[in-house]
Design a protein. Sequence first.
Length: 616
Amino acid sequence: MKKPVNQHNLEPDYSRPLFEVPIDIKRKIINILTLLYGSEVSRRIYPELERIMKVYYAYKCQDLIEWEKSFDKSEMFGQEDVILITYGDIIQNNSKKPLKVLADFCRDYFSNSFNTIHILPFFPYSSDRGFSVKDFEEVDHNLGTWSDIEDIGKDFKLMFDGVFNHISAKSKWFQEFLNGNPDYKNFFIVLSTNEMVSEDHLKLIVRPRTSSLFTEFQTIDGPKLVWTTFSPDQVDLNFHNPKVLIKMIDIFLTYVRRGADMIRLDAVTYLWEELGTDCIHLKQTHAIIKLFRVILDAVAPYVALITETNVPHEQNIQYFGNGYDEAQMVYNFALPPLVYHSFVTGKTNKLTKWAKTIKRVSEQATYFNFLDSHDGIGLLPVKGILDNDEIEFLVYKTVERGGYISYRTESDGSESPYELNITWYSAINGSDEEPEENQKVRVKRYIASRAIALFFLGVPGVYFHGLIGSKNDAEAVLKEKNTRSINREVIDGQTLKKKLEDKDSISAQIVDNLNELINIRKNEILFHPNARQYVYEISEKLFAFVRKLDENDEFVFCIINVTGDTVTFKIPVELTDKTKVFYELVSKRSINLGKNSNIEIGGYGIMLMKSVKKPA
């Protein structure tokens, strides 16, 4: 049964029986609250949390309630899921609000390829391009309204951002704190200016930035030092206060009611601070993610949690929990730098070695495979996968290709590279393209890089500027004094339409090629996120892996050439033992190996060789 279009009523319907929290769900929630706050506080705050769940449930349309009864959590994601990552105002048209422009553009150009849109924070904000939220429950009037968001949701699944780690220093909540309102007294982590955090404690804390951990603010009670992990304008919320948690759960379910099919937990690594620890990946943080998951399982089982944790790979995958109790999707942060490394070195050995460790998590959880985003290419995720010299080489190539480097402060006070700020097109093709290299080669190289993320185990996502092959916006970096601005250009809608309609333009060729690959993925069950993956070493110039479902012998052998050289490779014997006949999905041709299992692939080639069953 298809998911109903109308999912929530405008008002809660209390004429129906109220939602009854199952005993096992109640037990799980109370256990988590007890871990966070102790048994006495847990018993005191549970009724309010249950009330919030009942209110949310009363908004649900009866059609949605009936549809959920047959919903299979193992089908949370499918091969048809491809996510477009975009700002709400990335396309401008003076005659319409940006969200309406985005909706029209996506329907006209991308509805046959992307089925999900991740609209980056669309709330009122004061800095960090949306990630310093002033009001969690409103749409920025410069972008549009909730009706515009809901309109996009009629044709696409939606991902919202849960920026729950911090709030804007310009927000009403923080202003009430400054004013001495007792209701907001403990909403933030505060020290008096005469209190000092020991140097030993400061050295333990892992930082994603070089700015000061504490920012001084003038309050009605005098100057106070407030914890600000990301910037002086982004004030950390104090989840030690159960009122903060309850409020964020209410907002969380508001997003579900407003149409979120996925909720991205931004920078959730830093959610819970505890002096004397490194303040990342704490058990309380994982407990809060588990709490979100339990609540969704109870009242909105079709909604997925996705965690954004830009940390070393082994730490990142901890956010799957046991595969059933935390995030259903985790950003595959190691993938972008490893693909980048493969294309700038012409060698896949590091990518291949790492990829062999990537296995199916569970039938309810998978990886989010992306290569670029509104931020840069993170380097922490490949710590321990690439050595220091290899990371420095990526830094060198990024600067050489017109990009910038963002740094973070280490425990000893030194600074180390944290992120490469460059568009994916410029990273793969360089800023000053070689005059003797024709456009066809550049497009082919670029598409080859993107094919890895499209067919790798998981769900793929493409950032809007990656979709159209944008080059570095160095002018914006200088103007805004923010290295991340290199990949955040606002585009004139008419100009982009002309590019996409000009079949000789790079943007049109990239979009057409990506659409073709995406449609191959969408129409092939073997690319389902629950299909297994087996990685092969057949040449250091090639990245090769098999996708296969458990219940049948069919498979697709995927080969991507990261170099401009023609490469001859031998298909592994365990594959040719099953069949000698393949159907290549990109070129749409049959390949009969006969006695020879050698195959030739051209420079930056992509081959998706689907096995053809032997006659019975």
